[in-house]
Design a protein around this ligand. Structure first.
Ligand SMILES: [Zn+2]
Length: 80
């Protein structure tokens, strides 16, 4: 089991991806920087924690590189 030893940060915002239309991108709740879960370049945001149940990603905790706020993403669809 992969467990990252990341210091727990307080999560400021929660985004439910099932409530987002389109490709799943959304504006940062604090600074409106467009964050796309498909974007793995880490230019806009950085993944700091993930939660996987039965090989399915259920939760992602990201930090916005622009404003530094922490957001929890939930509502991931099963892998295509
Ligand atoms: Zn931000």
């Amino acid at each position: 089991m992969m467990k990252k030893a990341v210091a727990k940060k307080s999560v400021a915002y929660t985004i439910d991806l099932t409530k987002i239309d389109g490709d799943g991108s959304f504006p940062c709740p604090k600074c409106d920087a467009v964050i796309s879960p498909e974007d793995e370049s880490e230019e806009v945001y950085k993944i700091v924690d993930t939660k996987v149940i039965n090989d399915e990603l259920v939760e992602l905790i990201i930090v916005c590189n622009n404003c530094g706020s922490t957001t929890r993403l939930t509502g991931f669809q099963p892998a295509i």
